[in-house]
Ligand binder design. Sequence first.
Ligand SMILES: [Zn+2]
Length: 293
Amino acid sequence: MRIMYFLGPGHTGSTVIDSLCGSHPKVSGTGESHRLVLESESMRCGCGETLADCSRWAGVIKSLPGPSQSEFPMTVVRNRRSVDALADFVVGGVGAERRIGSDYRRRLSEAVLNSVDVYRRLSTLESTDVVIDSTKNAGRLLGYMRVHGLETTVVRLRRDGRAIVASHKRRQPSISTLYATLAWLKVELTCWWILRISECDAYSVRYEDFCSDPEAVVRGIWRAARLEDFDASFSEIVAAQERHLIPGNPVISSPISQVARDDRWREELSALDRVVFTLLGGPINRKNGYPLR
Ligand SMILES: [Zn+2]
């Protein structure tokens, strides 16, 4: 069993890409599987059922030594007190790991090993070679890198930072453009740093390229994960997409029938928003291939 890890900021199309990649007979798409045991009685799978009742996940959850985060942690739940949250935001990722020290490392390692255990069960059940984790968080990737003998293909997701900022603000209207820009920058810098220190090659996917030619991008990801090409038309790939993904937000994802590029940021960001973004995020956005237009 190998892992395909989607790394990058949110709002980059990871759910749809995960779902389409999961149509390959040798791939199990899972979504944000670190949430599997967080609230399995109430959290809904992409199929609409709760995870505890879903035809795919119920059996996996029942087979675990303990079906809850406290008994079988699959993620590190951070302390959300305001001071800690601010410290996490400022130092974030690797910095947070150093700050919290060995306790955080121990908990991360336990969560990652438990997740790998779940993926092994899933790949055996579904006779697949690759399991996708689209958590996207850089710290978790560091955890996978430390698991001896585990092969991980990293898919680095990118999108125009202005679109990510606008999506973030749409989801949480109370946040400022400054906050959303800093949040995006933090993720970009943490991903860059983790890839650098782990000397890991990542397969780069841009949201905009995926929207223009989803089939080429999905087949490119399969190749990057050393999978044989899946001899199916794009409409067959769409029809076979994985519907039991664990969503990153409470919205139930519906299977896609077409990929439409979302460029609402062009209308939504004001001139002032664009100035704030450009001053802080312009250089990184340009480096990612997004000129300021
Ligand atoms: Zn389901």
